[in-house]
Design a protein around this ligand. Structure first.
Ligand SMILES: [Zn+2]
Length: 445
């Protein structure tokens, strides 16, 4: 197997790079004797499409060295141990022997809603007894029932909840998380939610990408006058979030019962004006014409359960990623899953995410999502891993830093107690992740 990077020569200083976060510093970390090291290296770069989704770049008896939070070398163990710099500095290096294990790039969970206070057990019971998503929403459940808890909570209480979620995700191999606001739906509560995400992100060694989802649903105060609420999102929430650097993305829930295509376009236009990238929840419950949305080149279109053939062909021509969230289909028990095969075969770059949220997808587990992708959407295990790492990174426009194990990229690494990568989706709802390295900082079970 080819070696991607050279091991550092003497003179490379372990302490050369500053800490990635206040109070946490990344030293030198070396993983050796890895049974299967999935590098996901690629000559093309960017989001993976079609057959590229099966390219894992596996190195057997692999080794990875990171210093100061960045990967400096990827190759085989004998080369790593012969390297003069490694030999000279061995005592300063934190070493992880990985005999019989699989190492993958840390998962990039590119669609989550972690800012909420309470589980939604009434919705859960209603759904179990047969009520639909829309029936639950109309009877006062759904997204609107999470508002009270978020509006009442302090920023610190919300940050504690978000941090606990990030830690749970990290324990299952996730190293980068996109985190949306969207359960406050007032200017104050949305900004508080974004501040809570920022506060939690500062205390977690992984990477968090914040998204303003002020346009999640129309809050009760604005029912029957959604235009006034869209006005508040466009004239106050987006400008304030941009000015205070609280969000990288703006998201919209485009669906019957949420926001119309016209309202979506208005919001996407304002986001672009404030230099924020965009992503859209769309075609989750019903068909929708995507052409007006595609004009704005969103980084990601999420759900896409009911995407139409003409739109699939149009998405394939763009660098927009299709982020599929099958755990919500599982939890809603719709019996219908997003058409992953159709999208992949048409050349659309597909990503996978948890859609972690209290109503429709209360799971933090990317391995569970991979399992659903294989069993319910007929993706191969290799496709699912690439979708959950490299393509998730591209959907967050972080493809140059995250999603593969190559020299120069961030040291985001997950170690699994399995002998073959296909076991990651195979062991359903089990956590076989033993170690996660987040920006060069190891956390072990
Ligand atoms: Zn969502």
């Amino acid at each position: 197997m080819p070696v991607l990077g050279k091991y550092p020569t003497s003179g490379f200083r372990v302490d050369a790079a500053g800490p990635p976060k206040a109070g946490i510093s990344a030293g030198a970390v070396l993983l050796i004797n890895i049974k299967q090291l999935l590098t996901l290296r690629s000559s093309s770069g960017g989001a993976r499409r079609g057959a590229e989704l099966n390219e894992l770049g596996i190195i057997r008896d692999g080794a990875v060295l990171s210093v100061g939070g960045k990967i400096v070398s990827v190759g085989n163990t004998s080369d790593a141990l012969r390297d003069p710099w490694v030999r000279e500095n061995r005592r300063k290096i934190t070493e992880f022997p990985c005999e019989g294990k699989v190492v993958v790039p840390g998962f990039v969970d590119a669609h989550t809603h972690p800012v909420f206070m309470d589980a939604r057990l009434i919705d859960f019971e209603k759904r179990v007894s047969g009520a639909s998503y829309e029936e639950i929403a109309e009877s006062g459940g759904g997204i609107r029932s999470s508002l009270k808890g978020v509006r009442r909570a302090t920023r610190n209480q919300l940050a504690q909840r978000v941090l606990a979620t990030l830690e749970e995700m990290g324990a299952q191999g996730t190293t980068t998380v996109e985190a949306k606001s969207g359960y406050g739906l007032t200017i104050e509560a949305e900004l508080k939610s974004l501040e809570a995400i920022r506060e939690a992100a500062c205390r977690w060694p992984g990477t968090v990408v914040p998204t303003l989802l002020g346009a999640h649903v129309v809050p009760p105060e604005f029912l029957a006058r959604s235009h006034s609420y869209v006005d508040a999102v466009c004239k106050e929430m987006i400008p304030l979030a941009a000015k205070r650097n609280l969000a990288a993305f703006v998201d919209v829930f485009t669906e019957r019962g949420a926001f119309s295509l016209k309202e979506t376009e208005t919001i996407l236009r304002v986001a672009a004006h404030h230099c924020l990238a965009t992503r859209v929840h769309v075609c989750q419950l019903a068909k929708c014409n995507l052409q007006p949305i595609l004009k704005y080149h969103p980084a990601s279109l999420d759900h896409l359960d009911y995407v139409e053939d003409g739109d699939v062909a149009a998405i394939a021509k763009l660098d927009t990623v299709a982020t599929l969230v099958p755990a919500s289909n599982y939890f809603l028990a719709t019996g219908h899953f997003p058409p992953a095969r159709k999208l992949i075969d048409a050349g659309v770059p597909v990503a996978l995410a948890t859609d972690y949220n209290p109503g429709t997808s209360p799971t933090t587990s990317m391995p569970f999502v991979l399992s659903l992708a294989c069993t319910q959407m007929k993706m191969s295990a290799a496709e699912a891993i690439v979708a959950a790492t490299m393509n998730g990174a591209c959907s967050l426009r972080l493809g140059n830093r995250k999603g593969s194990l190559e020299p120069g990229k961030d040291a985001d690494i997950a170690v699994f107690e399995v002998a073959d990568y296909r076991e990651i989706p195979y062991w359903v709802a089990a956590n076989r992740c033993s170690t996660t390295i987040l920006n060069g900082i190891p956390r072990t079970e």
